[in-house]
Design a protein around this ligand. Structure first.
Ligand SMILES: Nc1ncnc2c1ncn2[C@@H]1O[C@H](COP(=O)(O)OP(=O)(O)O)[C@@H](O)[C@H]1O
Ligand SMILES: [Mg+2]
Length: 334
């Protein structure tokens, strides 16, 4: 498979912050590649370098063999970009938003109309094309942005957190759309996300990024096989501090990892069935009242916990939610 994107030892510093700390990986043509990491991991920074918006401090990135630093205009022709924040113009109609972009790319008039209509139909916005984007829902706006990113028939589509802030149904629609475009146009796709389910459903290969470093990279199945444990037990309980429960649980010899979130504790073990009675006994002994116990399959979340030592926490995620839609960020930061 020919290489679509080549990233080698990329470093990006903003003052004293190292947003990217020596990132290297390749993406082959036709892959649906995911970059998974929590808020502040460096995902957007990497996307901004690849899409020629900022220059790396060190290292190199090539898109279809072209260096992003040296030939930005060439790179921009072959990529379609859907940034993290919504960028369609609220004061224009869906059609007008598409048309402006088509003109940016100097698509001839006749072709322009046909291409716009075809794309709007694919994202199921043809009927609403004459309405102002201000009247669109978040999901509709996202779909319009995906269509817009494809206006110049790029060979690589780059999406930064494409479903952040969308309701579950709209997220599913976006997933279906991405799968459809990938199959029909044989696109190479690079997508960043902090959503495990999204990465698990869409990506053929995945890199996990944390504090500017790639901590794991492979197909999802191969990543799961790298985990030392086999089973996951999830316990809900009350009456005892969850951090104390984690601390005590970790002392058990067959426990690989234990983390808590939203009132449940997720424990990875060698043998789930044998572990459950021991875990319940321990919780009872420290004064907890156990309300439910579930034996689970390994998920991508367990892969993330294994490689980073913690789950992707919702509070980290919530901080970015005000970047969504037309809202103006009130506060910046991690
Ligand atoms: N323009 C900038 N100036 C200063 N710091 C920045 C800038 N852009 C990003 N950062 C910092 O770099 C780190 C990575 O940010 P970012 O790439 O946006 O992460 P992600 O997209 O994974 O949430 C964060 O610590 C962020 O605060
Ligand atoms: Mg980001």
């Amino acid at each position: 498979m020919p290489t679509a994107i080549e990233i080698s030892e990329l470093v990006k510093k903003f003052g004293t912050t190292t947003a990217l700390d020596g990132v290297s990986f390749n993406i082959n043509e036709g892959e649906f590649f995911g970059l998974l990491g929590p808020n502040g991991a460096g995902k957007t920074t990497l996307i901004r370098i690849l899409t020629t918006l900022i220059k790396p401090t060190e290292g190199q990135a090539k898109v279809m063999g072209v260096d992003v630093k040296e030939m930005s205009a060439e790179v921009r022709k072959v990529i379609g970009v859907i940034p993290q924040a919504m960028t369609t113009d609220l004061d224009l109609t869906g059609y007008e938003n598409m048309d402006i972009y088509a003109r940016f790319y100097s698509i001839p008039k006749r072709e322009r109309k046909e291409r716009i209509e075809q794309l709007l139909e694919m994202v199921e916005l043809k009927e609403r094309a004459g309405e102002l984007v201000a009247a669109y829902s978040g999901g509709m706006r996202r779909r319009l942005e995906i269509a817009r990113g494809l206006i110049h028939k790029p060979s690589i589509l780059i999406l930064d957190e494409p479903t952040i802030g969308l309701d579950p149904q709209s997220r599913h629609v976006v997933w279906e759309l991405l799968q459809k475009f990938r199959n029909e146009d044989s696109l190479t796709i690079l997508m960043t996300t902090h959503y495990m389910d999204e990465a698990e459903i869409l990506c053929s290969r995945l890199a996990i990024i944390d504090y500017g470093k790639i901590v794991a990279m492979d197909t999802i199945d191969a990543l799961k096989k790298q985990l030392p444990q086999k089973d996951v037990v999830e316990l809900s309980f009350s009456g005892v501090d969850s951090n104390k429960a984690v601390e005590e649980t970790k002392k058990i010899s067959f426990v690989h990892t234990a983390v808590t979130s939203d009132g449940t504790m997720r424990v990875s073990v060698d043998n789930g069935a044998q572990s459950i009675p021991v875990l319940i006994d321990l919780l009872k002994k420290i004064g907890a009242k156990v309300s439910s116990v579930i034996l689970k399959q390994q998920t991508l979340e367990d892969v993330f916990i294994h490689f980073t030592g913690r789950p992707i926490r919702e509070e980290e995620v919530k901080k970015v939610s005000f970047f969504i839609g037309a809202g103006i960020p009130r506060k910046w930061g991690r």
